[in-house]
Design a protein around this ligand. Sequence first.
Ligand code: OAD
Length: 253
Amino acid sequence: MSADLLIDPGLVAALRRARHVAVLTGAGVSAESGIPTFRDAQTGLWASFSPEDLASPAGFRRNPRRVWEWYAWRRELVAQAAPNPGHLALAELARYVPQLTLITQNVDGLHQRAGSEAVIELHGNIGRVVCAEEGGVVEQWDESGGELPPRCPRCGAHLRPDVVWFGELLPEAAMAAAWAAARSCDLFLSIGTSGLVEPAASLPRAAMQAGATVAVINLDVTTAARPPLYTLNARSGELLPALLRAAWDDTPP
Ligand code: OAD
C-alpha cells in the first residue's frame, strides 16, 4: 500500500500544529542506505555476530583486534553509504516545525550528512575513535606497524571506537537532553527502532505520559490510529517524505 494511504489525518494535524517535535531513530532508518540493522532476522548484525564478543568491554578485552577490525568493517560500510529519503525528510522537517529534537541510537552519522543539526547521539558515533584508557578523542593514529588496535599517541593504550557498548553507560548529557525533549514535545516520532534497548526504549512512553502524541513508524507494527498513538507499518524512506507532503505540500516553509 502506498505510504500516503497509511497516514491518518489526525497525525497530519498533530504534526502541523506541533510546536516541538521529538524524533527517535534506530537502525531501521539507515537500512535503506544499505547499513545492516541489528535484530532483523536475516539481515541483522546480531544474526551473524555475537554482541557480547563484538560490542562489549569484555569482548574488547578478550580480543581487541577482532573488535577493532569489526568496527573498521562497519566504518567502511558507513563511508560507502549515503543518506536516504528518510534522513533527508527529517533534515527538511526542521524547516517546518518551530522546534525539532532529533535523537538517534544510530552511530553512522547519516543524519548529520543529510543536513540535520544538533543530533543527539545516544550511542556515540562510529566515525570517532577514542583512547580506551583516557576516553579522549584521537584524530590521527599510526597503523603502519600492523598492530591493531592502534595505540593512543598520548598514553600508549589501545584505541577503540567512540560507541556505547553493552553494559556501558550512555553519554549523560545526551540522555538528559533526550529525556527533556520527550517530556516537553507535542509530537514524538519513533522511527525504525525495535524498542528493545533501554533507556532509549522508554522515551516514547515518557512522551505519551507527558501528554504528547506518539507515532511509531516501523516494519514490525500494524498500521493503526488510536490517538494519541499512531502506528504505521512502512519503510521510513517512503513514509517520512509522504508525511511531509501530507502536512505541507501546499505551504512551503
Ligand atoms: P534493531 O535492529 O533492533 O531494530 C530495527 C528496527 O527497524 C526493526 O524493528 C525493523 O523492523 C525496523 N526496520 C527495518 N527496516 C526499516 C525501514 N526501512 N523503515 C522502518 N523501519 C525499519 O535496531 P535498533 O532498534 O536501532 O545499540 O537497536 C537499538 C540498539 O541495539 C542499537 O543502537 C545498538 C543495538 O545493540 C548499541 O550499539 C549500543
